[in-house]
Design a binder for this molecule. Sequence first.
Ligand SMILES: *[C@@H]1O[C@H](CO)[C@@H](O)[C@H](O)[C@H]1NC(C)=O
Ligand SMILES: *[C@@H]1O[C@H](CO)[C@@H](O)[C@H](O)[C@H]1NC(C)=O
Ligand SMILES: *[C@@H]1O[C@H](CO)[C@@H](O)[C@H](O)[C@H]1NC(C)=O
Length: 327
Amino acid sequence: MMLPPSQQRALLLLLSALLVSHVSCLGEKPSEKKPVKPLAAPLPAPPPVIEIVHTDVPGQEEQLETVSPPPVFFATENSSVVTAQTGSTALVPCIVKNIGDGVISWIRRKDYHLLTVGLTTYSSDERYQAVHAQHSEDWTLQVKFVQERDAGLYECQVSSHPPTSIFIDLRVVEAKAEIVGPAEKFLKMGSTLKLSCVLRQSTEPFLYVFWYHNNRMINYDADRGVNVSADESRTSSTLVISSAQRTDSGNYSCVPNNAQPASTYVHVLNAGENPAAMQTGGRGLSWLRSPSLWLLAGCVALTLSAGRGGAVDEASRSRRRRRVNSL
Ligand SMILES: *[C@@H]1O[C@H](CO)[C@@H](O)[C@H](O)[C@H]1NC(C)=O
Ligand SMILES: *[C@@H]1O[C@H](CO)[C@@H](O)[C@H](O)[C@H]1NC(C)=O
Ligand SMILES: *[C@@H]1O[C@H](CO)[C@@H](O)[C@H](O)[C@H]1NC(C)=O
């Protein structure tokens, strides 16, 4: 196909113009660079990654390969101790930074039992579970209904090269209830009976506390003037009987859902009785249970028999003396 000379010229001009513009694109002219606005604040550096780029520039590949990922490390202190009360859910912590593709395993050191790998529980004991939210660095081991036999070292291992571990010591305690004050309490009829029950060695609050008078649960005996309340932290419970009667005497027990119970003996005394005299009266009941008093009684009996023994000796001696005299 042939073009008329005028059109040929126009095409030539167009081609040369394109060529010139292309060349000018290749040849950098600093004056034409757009000024780069300085950033108000520096952007955080992107996380370094291993990237092998195939390039013709010698040495370039080597330089990129030396960019290594940040090292794996534990944010949980090695040899930490966690305490849990029996029956509670223990949380054994393990926070791992820069885990990358690594996998966390939990191992019970006592018997090298593999408990969990990643989010999978390997143990047949379903009380064990790794608790981990997606993208979090937290790989806490959860142990439900902790028993005394669960106490010991737990290893949190990262499958890095070489694998690295921390060891957490789980201690199991038995929570106990305690009724504040002496084991026996005395109060006048018509006065307010107030008993406070406190949890000791507990690592979690109670769900409920039942109060017993002898063998009867009295939490809901509002018609008898009974009021049971818990403090905000749910580690202490208070029993109040607004106007105590003689019949309110007896054995009171505080039974939390998650701790050993406690009891105390309450003596409600008649209005006319002198509290001091009643206290002695009360002790009159309980002294029989007191080992020190039994010991004292035993000592008195021994002393008496020893004295009698001495008297016998004295009598036989004088008899002998008399016999000697008669000779
Ligand atoms: C944690 O301590 C144990 C020894 O008690 C040690 O073998 C282990 O390497 C320590 N782990 C780390 C990450 O330092
Ligand atoms: C029981 O005692 C608590 C705390 O003193 C009080 O807030 C509550 O109103 C009482 N309940 C009744 C039914 O008297
Ligand atoms: C009070 O009751 C509790 C629970 O029934 C019991 O263990 C305790 O021995 C009793 N105490 C007395 C002094 O009777």
